[in-house]
Write a protein that binds this ligand. Structure first.
Ligand code: NAP
Ligand code: MG
Length: 475
């Protein structure tokens, strides 16, 4: 018997007007787990109107009260982290400690934004020898649509919704149809923590239907989208028609650069963590490894050894969708045809220790050229490509020779070199001597095909608000 998931509109569960549901399976067991409402444009309309009804109430609530509610949501999430982790594991098959840390990180967002709810403030401007006086203030955009994928379901919803709500917006969210459970659970938790009905609504369904309806809706004033480049372009085109701002977070093929003067053992550990986190299903995964030639062979051997010790289920989860599982296997074929060498993994067989589920062998390729597809395209699985380099200038050119520009890592004992590279790498975030910590304070987003706009940090509040100036004649 599957669990039935309905929409969340105006502070309560609402059945889909179509009466239709999609059955979703566990990627770890391949068993049916949920029947998820298949929304349509009528459902999206209902959510938009519920949000619109309370937009002013939420926007003009004192910021102290808004902050208290956000803080209460964060506390409740932390108190119930095991329950949320269990739901996330049902949908995604993640290892327990990964799921727990994602829920804790989600609570961090509410804590952080609750603490900066009064920021950013406006300015006061004197004009024309003070015959004019002006002030600026930031105001919310109104109804924000949030569309998220399946790799970090709760985390990605919260990453967009916490700053959007803090800035005084109301939200209509659509999680990935395959991983909807924690978003619906969050809606109930937020209500219990005091969020007024209608401020946060969730319509479940397919991207081409509900996602598209949210993007097209005339009353939706901004979209925060996380997902593929292709869908990002479609949403970008629709947004151009509406003259609507976007935050697009579209993934990457991030370079991790290791110099001979780095801390060898730590750099090995971090290089594995960088691409194995969430089985490579992280937009900022460090999936291109560049190692200086003098240590290349020993470094890759150490990376390979560490990977061989990882166990499915306990240490890493499956591909979260069947389509993704098949895509990773297609890239194994691509790499083979291109002449890359798999030093570990690279076979379609299930990893040792599992007999079902969409588990993929962690894989490292050498004999890779930067123009190969396996070195340029996002696999979104536990797949690393490794290349040697000689000089700083050479590795900078290799790292920047990518359509993507999300993140990069630099491991070196020479801080000046690290900072020179940090300035020149064409990415939104650089990690020096440790791969990303996921801290909520640091702005996050991409250059080039990785997208635009920034999530996280104070910076995100600027992307969920706009400036108004008010000018007063002193006469
Ligand atoms: P996707 O198609 O871009 O899906 C992301 C979200 O957008 C889902 O909620 C999806 O709904 C929705 N969507 C799909 N088409 C839409 C449309 N026309 N209008 C509005 N919303 C729409 O991503 P995917 O198919 O799950 O994954 C494909 C590839 O994207 C992966 O292989 C990976 O390379 C990349 N990816 C990147 C990230 C990231 O963090 N940047 C995350 C996941 C995937 P559904 O419920 O129907 O899927
Ligand atoms: Mg898709």
């Amino acid at each position: 018997m599957t669990k039935q998931l309905n929409h969340w509109v105006g502070g309560r569960e609402v059945a889909p007007s179509s009466g239709q549901f999609d059955v979703c399976i566990s990627p770890a067991t391949e068993e049916d787990i949920t029947s998820v409402a298949r929304g349509n444009s009528l459902d999206v309309d209902a959510a938009v109107f519920a949000a619109s009804d309370v937009a002013d109430q939420w926007r003009f609530l004192s910021s102290a009260k808004r902050g208290r509610i956000l803080s209460d949501i964060g506390r409740a999430l932390r108190d119930r982290k095991e329950e949320f982790a269990r739901l996330e594991i049902e949908d995604t098959g993640k290892p327990w400690r990964t799921a727990i840390s994602e829920v804790e990180n989600s609570a961090d967002y509410f804590d952080f934004y609750a603490s900066v709810v009064n920021l950013p403030q406006g300015d006061v401007l004197d004009i024309n020898g003070a015959t004019l006086h002006a002030y600026t203030k930031r105001e919310p955009l109104g109804i924000v649509g949030v569309i998220t994928p399946w790799n970090l379901p709760l985390n990605q919803i919260v990453r967009a919704c916490a700053p959007a709500l803090t800035a005084g917006n109301v939200v209509v969210a659509k999680p990935s149809q395959t991983t909807s459970q924690t978003t619906i659970a969050l809606a109930q938790l937020a209500k219990d923590a005091g969020l007024p009905d209608g401020v946060f609504n969730v319509i479940l369904g397919r991207g081409s239907e509900v996602g598209n309806d949210i993007v097209q809706h005339p009353l939706v004033r901004k979209i925060a989208f996380t997902g593929s480049v292709g869908v990002g372009k479609t949403i970008g085109a629709a947004a151009a028609e509406k003259i609507m701002p976007l935050t697009l977070e579209l993934g990457g093929k991030s370079a991790n650069i290791v110099f001979e003067d780095s801390d060898f053992d730590f750099a090995v550990t971090e290089s594995v963590r960088a691409f194995m986190l969430n089985s490579g299903q992280v937009c900022s995964a460090g999936t291109r490894l560049f190692v200086q030639r003098g240590i290349f062979d020993s470094f890759i051997e150490a990376v390979g050894k560490k990977i061989s010790e990882l166990r499915p289920v306990a240490d890493y989860g499956p591909s979260i969708t069947q389509t993704q599982y098949q895509q990773v296997h297609e890239y194994f074929q691509v790499a083979k045809e291109e002449g890359a060498t798999a030093i570990v993994g690279g076979s379609k067989d299930l990893p040792e220790g599992v007999t079902k589920g969409f588990y993929v062998q962690p894989t490292v390729y050498t004999n890779v050229r930067n123009d190969m597809r396996i070195a340029q395209e996002e696999v979104f699985g536990p797949v690393l490509v490794a290349q040697p380099f000689d000089t700083e200038a050479e590795v900078l050119a290799l790292a920047n020779d990518s359509d993507f520009g999300l993140a990069a890592g630099v491991f070196t004992g020479t801080i000046a070199r690290a900072l020179r590279l940090a300035d020149r790498l064409e990415v939104g975030q650089v990690f020096i001597n440790s791969w990303s910590t996921g801290a909520v304070q640091t702005p996050f987003g991409g250059n080039k095909q990785s997208g635009y706009g920034r999530e996280k940090g104070i910076e995100a509040l600027f992307h969920y608000s706009q400036v108004k100036s008010v000018t007063i004649a002193l006469r």
